[in-house]
Design a protein around this ligand. Structure first.
Ligand code: 13P
Length: 248
């Protein structure tokens, strides 16, 4: 039984003060829903969000991590630091990190392994560019990303991972994938997980859709049988909109 996971990805938005204001408003609106809610905040905002959600069911996550335990890695944040700060999830391999910060399937794999070892659940992002979608090779592309991300991860750990399918052409563009396009790819991801592992393992793994998710389109996305949640960018910055999404 997969509990739906709806996560906000704040990207590089909000100061700690703005994060605090978000939590204050969100807690007023918050009511129990059937989904697990999560906010993945910029590292500097994590303490404010952890404090802001204390005593609620909302979980807190990060957007990136470095895979080494500790050391001379100026500017980086470790798994242990995120864990100690109160994170239970961490996004890895977001397309923006692959595009601007050189993230590769290999670093995604190392980060996912380090997170699992440290007790934080990775949210592994996959998805194709518009050119790949036009060429019709999106399935091959996403499959290769999955093979790279899960390399050497045993089934007992794979079930702790979340996969976020985010077609790059639908991120921040307002061009949401049709529920069928999103649903078809999430089914294909589930089939790939069966090939990589087995049916029981694949059945346990949460698969999210991300890309221009809003209160207006969340229901039809969640209606797709293989979609277990959403990774929400822009609309997660507004507490009213995020609450409307988790209470779809
Ligand atoms: P938008 O919801 O702003 O399209 O962003 C999606 C995303 O990249 C979430 O990780």
């Amino acid at each position: 039984m997969r509990i739906p996971l709806i996560a906000g990805n704040w990207k590089m938005f909000k100061t700690p003060q703005e994060a605090e204001a978000f939590c204050e408003r969100f807690r007023k609106l918050y009511k129990d829903t059937d989904v697990q809610a999560l906010i993945c905040a910029p590292a500097i905002d994590i303490p404010a969000v952890v404090e802001g959600f204390e005593g609620s069911d909302v979980k807190v996550g990060a957007q990136n991590v470095y895979f080494e335990k500790e050391g001379a890695y100026t500017g980086e944040v470790s798994v242990e630091m995120l864990k100690a700060a109160g994170c239970s999830f961490c996004i890895v391999g977001h397309s923006e990190r692959r595009q601007y910060f050189g993230e590769t399937d290999e670093t995604v794999n190392k980060k996912a392994k380090a997170l699992i070892a440290g007790g934080i659940r990775p949210i592994i992002c996959v998805g194709e560019s518009e050119d790949i979608r036009i060429a019709g090779t999106q399935n091959e592309h996403v499959k290769a990303q999955l093979i790279g991300a899960f390399e050497g991860i045993p089934a007992s750990d794979a079930v702790k991972c979340v996969i976020a399918y985010e077609p790059i052409w639908a991120i921040g563009t307002g061009r949401v994938a049709t529920p069928e396009q999103a649903g078809d790819m999430c089914s294909f991801i589930r089939e790939t997980l069966i090939e990589l592992y087995d049916e029981d393992t694949a059945d346990e793994i949460i698969i999210q859709y991300g890309g221009s998710v809003k209160p207006e389109n969340i229901s039809e996305i969640m209606d797709q049988p293989e979609i277990d949640g959403a990774l929400v960018g822009g609309a997660s910055l507004d507490p009213d909109k995020f609450m409307a999404i988790i209470d779809f």
